[in-house]
Ligand binder design. Sequence first.
Ligand code: G3I
Length: 346
Amino acid sequence: MSYRLFVPVLLSVALASAAPSPTPNPNNIILRDLATPRFFGAAANTSWLYHDKNYTEVISKQFSIFTPENEMKWENIEPEPNSFDFGPADEIVSFAESINAKMRGHNFMWGNQLPPWVNTSLTATELDRALQNHITKVMDHYRGKLYAIDVVNEMISDNTPNETFKDNIWTQKFGEDAVPKALTYARAVDKTPKLYINDYGIEGINSKSDTMYNVVKGFLADGVPLDAVGFQCHFGLNQVPTDLQANLQRFADLGLDVAITELDINLGAAFPGNATALAQQAQNYWEVVNACVSTNRCVSVTVWGVSDDHSWIPLGNPLPWNDIKQPKPAFFAIADAFEGKPEPSA
Ligand code: G3I
């Protein structure tokens, strides 16, 4: 290049880098594409799918994996003994198929959202039969349609190391056999879906995650079928543990997949969220997605909902889209993290 051409080129490069970078056009950002080969997911909810136009538009475009927020939980899918209502969950599964997205089942063994008939009068033998029947019927119905299943949800105690498992109907009737039972029944029905244990409070390295680590390590040694651990990641503002990635890694090093399964960042006292709070929230989203991207066996990041108005947290504005389904700073931070770009400034 001649000197006369080189100088203007240099000048224009310098001017371009001095100019503020233009805000990216959100219409051109498709998180499910940026996440590849990982999946970017959402908890989907039939109260809004097809009923809220803007919600449906976002959910149709941005995600490659879904978890039914409530539709596959026991009280909804088998409200009476051996009487199944697959309708609402089917709606989400069909929707996922229509946009070539995967599904995560949620869940089989949990202490909450159980119908009274499960939670009260059954003997251990009856409950055992009910559990096996439930897992078998649901997995048969969705054979070939579930990429993963949260077989076990929130069973680790909040009182570790004194207690390993939560006190609920499952542990009351089956003791320490409860969790292996559910996993074994699930694997016996279908070998394809990835079988998960999913929990909260295990994101950083702490007593509860140490307990989870020892539990799953023991399961693997004993041949209990288990493919992965789900880290829910319901965080408050600026509460993402700094050792999240190291913690994901230690589980991955056991030979398990790991996934971020229920991510949201509750603004808490900063609700409804000024520019500073939204920028901090964006950083927090970046930190979580970056931890997943930095972990070879982290297969997906799922946010627990889509837009703030439909979150399970009423006054937390915890999601990447606001009440009118416009992308928040968190949305752009998620894109940056999937693309390997640095943490945004707050
Ligand atoms: O469907 C009934 C409706 O008929 C009734 O009129 C109404 C009255 O309150 O309640 C409706 O049920 C609610 C249901 O969500 C559907 O909206 C329940 O009360 C409410 O408790 C339930 O909350 C769900 C919660 O799990 C229950 O524990 C949330 O939507 C759901 O986001 C939340 O999800 C859990 C994950 O499964 C596990 N990890 C934690 C996460 C957040 O709590």
